[in-house]
Design a protein around this ligand. Structure first.
Ligand SMILES: *[C@@H]1O[C@H](CO)[C@@H](O)[C@H](O)[C@H]1NC(C)=O
Ligand SMILES: *[C@@H]1O[C@H](CO)[C@@H](O)[C@H](O)[C@H]1NC(C)=O
Ligand SMILES: *[C@@H]1O[C@H](CO)[C@@H](O)[C@H](O)[C@H]1NC(C)=O
Ligand SMILES: *[C@@H]1O[C@H](CO)[C@@H](O)[C@H](O)[C@H]1NC(C)=O
Ligand SMILES: *[C@@H]1O[C@H](CO)[C@@H](O)[C@H](O)[C@H]1NC(C)=O
Ligand SMILES: *[C@H]1O[C@@H](CO)[C@H](O)[C@@H](O)[C@@H]1NC(C)=O
Length: 573
């Protein structure tokens, strides 16, 4: 369960003098807004192929799974309004992860243990027995939490529409007295070990130390906490939505959750409530010790590896046995204000589901939109061998630039003109904010101008910029919202990440960007560094949106190949 950040309390309270209603828990922060429903939703910036429900607020993806030929996506949902609150589990099903059918909610408060909310959780498909959902129930106004389970009422129903919460064993896990019960949530999918036990993780913290509690069970009903957490890290605050899964050292195939073997590593991902970003480590899972230890190449904290350096949170993965892949889902929140959300009648989308696998060097994960997305590609335009001098920008004509998929590769002949890298630049976002696309460089900035108005009053550039450090080159990838909209009162971050690539052999960089009205979702260098931005152009909308390639560095850049497609809208229902 991901909660809206606390600092907004102050802002919202000053707008609506209604916060001192005696509710102290930090999630009850928009009591005056959370149940305002609108008659008709504003379609202007709605997405055409990124999943969102018909109206209202959504956040975390929950319980993704593939069962009997159907993909299920559940999600945190406010059925009454467009800000967080009244949380239940929405439910949608799909045959291809792209076109969805929205169903009735799967879980909603129905007993004393989830009276104040059905928060995030996961699904496990038990061999021969079918799916089980584990989720967090909120028992009171102080957000004290327990874990519950639910099973399908009828396993033969192809869509698993109805879920029941058996009384006999629920809640299956309660916090112990020494634990902080208000930060004890988001059970993972369970894995099975040859000692005959199922195991799950639950996120939490002790003081400021983030941790993933480990529980085991023989029968999936009676759960016992293992004495130590599987892993914890100082100063990281509460770990939300932990995700723990095996990845293969050999190739792109995903692994089922319980896989073991010599060529298996593990990934632990946590969503940090403190920063509202996630990070992951790659490491070794010592089964007999119930311990996970990150590799020394994975930083274990704020500055660690991220799936995505933009609006991307509370992610959750699942193994898809039909295509032998692991797929990760995540929530991308809005960058406009709560008042805007109430007016437009909706807030929150899901990022495009991504296949995730381990890079051949074993140091990071790679991600790529699921291949089914390509079925939405229609009209294609392409460009090759286009030279870009400093200050050039070239329009990509002939596609619906507000709803598009673009793949592009760039090359250049020398690294000589790279600007000097300042070793104090630890946070790529600061470098992106300082250097931007408007600040001319040596090699780059070069890339795409997405959601651009004809005269470039508005645009969201996605670009690379190359620097020379003392003994290597540093590649910065930015998705900069600074000029994305003429509307001023928006969150316009200069999202950025460094890209781990060796340019000494091939001086080439590639980029794929999915553009969807208020989404610019980019995959740098085959999915090494990825950034999802939410933007709200006022001029660059629908047919008035344009796409350009540009170069603002002195080194000449060649667009080796560009392929861009208009995208069809995904079917909903
Ligand atoms: C369960 O679902 C199947 C398939 O939809 C249906 O034929 C059957 O009648 C259902 N059983 C009950 C008890 O509702
Ligand atoms: C429990 O966690 C909440 C939320 O982070 C925090 O406000 C509270 O101080 C914690 N309580 C204790 C006893 O640590
Ligand atoms: C990291 O661990 C590997 C073995 O897993 C070891 O060879 C290497 O020296 C370690 N590096 C550092 C910086 O500790
Ligand atoms: C370029 O686009 C045209 C149609 O616009 C298409 O026929 C052709 O196959 C494309 N070429 C490549 C290399 O993709
Ligand atoms: C390129 O640099 C020029 C000069 O600084 C600036 O006016 C222009 O906006 C830049 N282009 C982009 C796409 O940022
Ligand atoms: C998404 O919205 C922005 C702007 O309000 C906040 O700064 C982010 O913290 C928030 N992200 C999450 C995960 O809540």
């Amino acid at each position: 369960m991901a909660l809206p950040i606390c600092v907004t309390i102050i802002i919202i309270c000053s707008y609506f003098l209604i916060c001192n209603d005696g509710v102290e828990a930090f999630h009850s922060i928009y009591p005056g807004l959370q149940s305002i429903s609108v008659r008709s939703v504003n379609k202007l910036h709605r997405t055409a192929y990124h999943f969102q429900p018909r109206r209202n607020w959504i956040n975390d993806p929950n319980g993704p799974m593939y069962y009997n030929g159907v993909y299920h996506l559940f999600y945190q949902y406010n059925p009454k309004g467009a800000v967080w609150g009244n949380i239940i589990w929405g439910h949608a099903v799909s045959k291809d992860l792209i076109n969805w059918k929205e169903l009735e909610p799967a879980l909603y408060p129905s007993n004393p243990f989830d009276k104040y909310g059905c928060w995030s959780g996961s699904a496990t498909v038990l061999p021969g027995k079918g799916p089980v959902i584990l989720y967090t129930g909120v028992i009171d106004k102080h957000s004290n939490e327990v874990q519950l389970y639910a099973i399908p009422e009828n396993k033969s129903d192809p869509f698993l529409r109805k879920w029941v919460k058996p009384k006999a064993f629920n809640p299956i896990i309660k916090p112990e007295r020494a634990m902080n019960a208000s930060v004890f949530r988001d059970p993972t999918t369970a894995w099975w070990s040859t000692d005959g036990h199922w195991r799950i993780l639950i996120g939490g913290s002790r003081k400021n130390r983030g941790m993933a509690y480990l529980y085991r069970s023989k029968d999936f009903l009676k759960w016992i906490r293992v004495k130590h957490p599987i892993h914890s890290a100082a100063s990281t605050g509460t770990w939300e939505c932990p995700d723990f899964y095996p990845v293969s050292l050999k190739g792109k195939n995903g692994l089922d959750i319980s896989s073991v073997g010599n060529s298996v590593k593990h990934v632990l991902k946590n969503s940090l409530d403190k920063t509202r970003y996630e990070y992951y480590t790659i490491g070794t899972y010592f089964r007999n010790k119930d311990k996970y230890i990150p590799d020394n190449t994975s930083e274990d904290g704020w500055g660690g590896l991220r799936y995505d350096y933009g609006n991307f949170y509370a992610s959750k993965s699942f193994f898809d046995p039909s295509k032998n892949r692991r797929v990760v889902w995540a929530w991308a929140n809005e960058s406009d204000s709560k008042e805007d959300d109430v007016k437009k009648g909706w807030a929150g989308i899901q990022a495009i589901p991504r296949t995730v696998w381990l890079d051949s060097q074993g140091r990071q994960l790679l991600q790529w939109p699921v291949e089914e997305l390509n079925s939405l590609r229609e009209k294609e335009v392409n460009l090759s061998n286009q030279k870009l001098k400093k200050g050039d920008y070239v329009k990509v004509k002939g596609i619906t630039a507000a709803q598009a998929d673009v793949e592009i590769s760039f090359s250049f002949s020398s690294l000589e003109k790279a600007e000097a890298f300042d070793s104090r630049w630890v946070n790529p976002e600061n470098v992106c904010a300082e250097k931007g696309s408007k600040n001319e460089g040596g090699i780059g900035p070069f890339g795409l101008l997405t959601l651009a108005s004809e005269k470039l009053e508005e645009f969201t550039p996605v670009f690379f910029r190359i620097f020379k450090a003392s003994n290597n080159h540093v590649i910065l990838m930015c998705s900069d919202a600074t000029s994305s909209s003429l509307k001023t009162e928006l969150y316009k971050p200069s999202f950025a990440g460094f890209v781990d690539v060796d340019l000494s052999i091939h001086k080439k960089l590639s980029l794929r960007t999915l553009i969807d009205h208020s989404v610019v979702e980019s995959f740098g260098v085959g999915g090494k560094t990825n950034i999802l931005s939410r933007v709200y152009p006022t001029l660059a909308i629908k047919k008035k949106a344009h796409l350009f390639v540009f170069n603002n560095g002195t080194e000449h850049i060649t667009v080796e190949n560009l392929r861009a497609w208009s995208m069809k809208s995904a079917r909903r229902n």
